[in-house]
Design a protein around this ligand. Structure first.
Ligand code: AMP
Ligand code: MG
Length: 325
């Protein structure tokens, strides 16, 4: 049963309590309804992908009550502060480097060193974020492949029974998603057009690139967004479907670990794909660091079944294992 909460003090308090308890709550913003989870809770973030039926882990936008809260977790450049001053709260998402002490679960940012942050303008969303007092990771509140919802009824049609609650704040005003602006390169890049136009952004910060970033052009791929994000890949080679492991390999275990590895990280002893998803990026980073320090030659990954979040886990492992250019 999905609770339908009114956008009053009691409904907001209930929604905040559910989020703080690791449950999923959809809430209206000025753009579209978001499917929110406590961004610092890896398990809650994993359940977002599960509820949406997303076949892959793309990075989620973290929502904050104000710019100070956001900039406590990411490094704000001068351009970021200027844009925040002018367009927050509002439909603009900024991609910035994560701070070392950023408590957001690696899964929320798909393992990247950058994080997409936004301060929404909707008064109910802001009240909710203040009450939660933690970053809320929220993609659009629809099943994967379906259109973004702009009413609570749309949310229920797609996700009813799959999430704890929807906070009904009426129809969304903007109806298009936020513009996603990457500020981590030499100049700003618009990764996704949205509620704030490129012209408006350029009037504030000068030329804004669009499409392929120079860095991505060099590496032969698109930098982002939604379409293709520069994926986190470990520096050690990854070998899939390992049935045996050598002493000079690190093991990414799923269930009882294969014997003999030089290092082991357990994704889920109980073979639970949601738990494994929550651990995936921390696991890859830990094995990469440990394996490099120990002089191991690669990471061997035990097979994960293609059920539940296994599909998205395998998608990411396959990319990590693919030849690099
Ligand atoms: P949605 O979750 O549907 O609101 O989409 C979020 C958008 O932000 C997608 O297009 C993502 O690719 C993009 N995005 C989120 N985080 C990052 C990041 N760290 N780097 C690049 N793009 C990002
Ligand atoms: Mg979406």
């Amino acid at each position: 049963m999905t609770e339908i909460l009114a956008a009053d003090a009691a409904g907001i308090a209930r929604a905040a309590a559910l989020l703080r308890a690791g449950r999923l709550v959809a809430f209206g913003t000025e753009t579209v309804y978001g499917l929110g989870a406590d961004a610092t809770d890896a398990r809650a973030v994993a359940s977002v992908f599960e509820a949406k039926g997303r076949p892959r882990f793309n990075p989620l936008i973290c929502h904050y009550a104000d710019a100070d809260a956001a900039f406590a977790h990411v490094e704000a450049s001068d351009a970021a502060r200027l844009l925040a001053e002018r367009f927050w709260p509002g439909p603009l998402t900024l991609v910035l480097p994560r701070r070392a002490a950023c408590p957001v679960a690696p899964l929320a940012g798909a393992g990247l060193d950058t994080l997409a942050v936004r301060v929404p303008a909707h008064p109910v969303a802001r009240a909710l974020l203040r009450a939660v007092d933690r970053p809320v990771a929220a993609p659009s509140a629809n099943r994967s492949g379906q259109v973004s919802p702009t009413t609570a009824a749309h949310v229920l049609a797609g996700l009813g029974g799959r999430i704890a609650a929807v906070l009904d704040s009426g129809p969304c005003a903007v109806g298009v998603e936020s513009s996603v602006l990457d500020l981590t390169g030499p100049r700003p890049f618009l990764l996704r057009p949205g509620g704030v136009s490129r012209e408006t952004l350029e009037a504030a910060v000068g030329p804004v690139g669009l499409g392929i970033t120079p860095a991505a052009e060099q590496s032969g791929g698109l930098r982002s967004p939604g379409l293709l994000v520069s994926h986190y890949a470990p520096s050690l080679p990854v070998r899939l479907d390992a049935a045996k492991v050598a002493g000079d390999e690190a093991l990414l275990a799923f269930g009882p670990p294969l014997p003999g590895a030089g290092a082991v990280f357990q994704l889920s002893a109980a073979r639970d794909t949601t738990e494994a998803a929550a651990n995936l990026f921390s696991a890859l980073r830990a094995l990469d660091a440990q394996g490099t320090a120990l002089g191991l030659r690669g990471i061997a990954a035990m097979p994960v079944p293609n059920e539940g979040l296994g599909l998205a886990i395998n998608d990411r492992l396959q990319r990590a294992a693919a030849p690099r250019h």
